[in-house]
Design a protein around this ligand. Structure first.
Ligand code: HEC
Length: 181
């Protein structure tokens, strides 16, 4: 047997050993697959939050543009909070409207827990997104927060302090909690 043939034989033997041994170590493979599956679930959940965020923010801007003309009109923020409470009861996700200006019209709208407080700080520092994956009763949830800038001049009609906000500086945030499935 010349040295070329010997090398080929050795290579074939090595490949056989690897091929025969691999099925005996399924743990690593299964764990990898599980991890990838979980990450895909997390990616999908992020996409869902982005879609909800777009819908909620667009609705608030359109309602304010078309229906809110003076201080006595029902604010889109108030309508959004009523919507969030109703949707929250359905159990698909929770969402809160938060103040990031330091002067909320309603104290209940301030950041409550550690995640929301950290989120407001990060968003005010310029982040477009803040997230955390939590586990509750063995289930995974994505917590995510997105910024709300002073989108319209009309916002200042009721929130006078927004007049001091810098361009694109968030004065509020939406805080989501959604199961990762
Ligand atoms: C007609 C008055 C009015 C207008 C216009 C208005 N808001 Fe509000 N906003 C309110 C009221 C009242 C609340 C408190 C609602 C509640 O807690 O039920 C609120 C709540 C908020 C909150 C939660 C923090 C807080 O201050 O309690 C944010 C953030 C917010 N509004 C942003 C905006 C933005 C952005 C706009 C412009 C698109 C806007 N608002 C326009 C009246 C208004």
């Amino acid at each position: 047997m010349n040295s070329f043939k010997r090398t080929v034989m050795l290579a074939i033997c090595a490949a056989l050993v690897v091929a025969l041994a691999a099925p005996h170590f399924p743990g690593a493979n299964a764990a990898d697959k599980e991890k990838k599956k979980k990450d895909r679930a997390l990616d999908r959940t992020r996409e869902t939050v982005k879609m909800l965020d777009e819908i909620y923010k667009t609705a608030v801007v359109l309602i304010t543009t078309h229906y809110v003309n003076d201080k006595d009109d029902l604010p889109a923020g108030t309508a959004a909070i009523a919507l969030f409470e109703a949707v929250g009861k359905g159990g698909t996700h929770q969402v809160r409207l938060l103040d990031a200006s330091g002067e909320p019209l309603e104290d209940k709208n301030t950041a409550k827990d550690a995640f929301e407080k950290a989120a407001v700080e990060k968003l005010k520092a310029g982040a477009a997104w803040h997230e955390e994956v939590i586990k509750k009763d063995g289930k995974r949830y994505l917590r995510a927060a997105t910024p709300i800038p002073v989108v319209l001049k009309k916002c200042v009609m009721c929130h006078e302090n927004y007049a001091d906000a810098k361009k694109n500086e968030p004065i509020g945030a939406l805080s989501y909690t959604i199961p990762i499935k």
